[in-house]
Design a binder for this molecule. Structure first.
Ligand SMILES: C[S@@+](CC[C@H](N)C(=O)[O-])C[C@H]1O[C@@H](n2cnc3c(N)ncnc32)[C@H](O)[C@@H]1O
Length: 183
């Protein structure tokens, strides 16, 4: 009986934590859907001038870590860094990295990427929300990323013109944008 209560209490705490961070950050840990991943892959293959071998890849808001590991498989030579504030998704990602045998070049930081000083990266991926993209645009305007590409799923980066765009094969024909960020 005590064991059942322990499970119930854990499930409640996990749910409350996810709700808390969803409200605080303005978005929940919704993963990039499979058809959108295909769209991202098509864009990465086709965007003219996009560096095919970035040394560092960032994911801003890495959720449960699925896309982070996908990026790690796609760029086997790169160092992959995810940023995730929400406690439970961050912890799950930590475990996924540990058990993926990719921990020598993939890591997840429990930081607010809006506040963090981001390292130089050839490629940045994000799937955020409208207001988050506005804040990100402010961040890039104040401290422009040098020689970097931003791939954004679903939402455009206000004030920036995409170098390429892809419509995905899902029900919503989700757009994915590629931006060249250079100071
Ligand atoms: C829609 S999910 C996308 C998850 C993952 N990128 C994917 O595509 O599968 C957005 C994630 O960004 C995280 N997030 C939002 N704002 C953040 C911030 N300022 N710092 C760190 N993480 C943030 C949220 O907690 C959430 O997990």
């Amino acid at each position: 009986m005590d064991f059942i209560w322990l499970i119930v209490a854990t499930a409640v705490a996990v749910t409350l934590s996810i709700i808390f961070y969803t409200l605080k950050l303005g978005i929940g840990p919704v993963p990039t859907a499979q058809p959108v991943r295909h769209g991202v892959a098509a864009l990465l293959d086709s965007a003219p001038g996009l560096d095919r071998k970035p040394e560092t890849v960032l994911e801003l808001g890495s959720g449960w870590g699925g896309m982070l590991l996908w990026l790690a498989c796609r760029y086997p030579q790169a160092c992959i860094i995810g940023y995730e504030r929400s406690l439970i998704p961050w912890f799950v990602t930590l475990l996924r990295i540990r058990f993926s045998r990719l921990s020598h070049r993939v890591r997840v930081e429990r930081k607010d990427f809006m506040q963090a000083k981001l390292p130089a990266a050839g490629l940045i991926y994000c799937y955020l929300y409208r207001d988050g993209m506005r804040q990100l645009a402010d961040k890039f305007e104040k401290a422009p990323a040098t020689d970097s590409w931003l791939i954004s799923s679903t939402f455009a980066l206000p004030g920036f013109t995409p170098a390429a765009e892809q419509r995905c094969g899902d029900l919503y024909r989700t757009p994915v944008y590629a931006y060249r960020l250079a100071s």
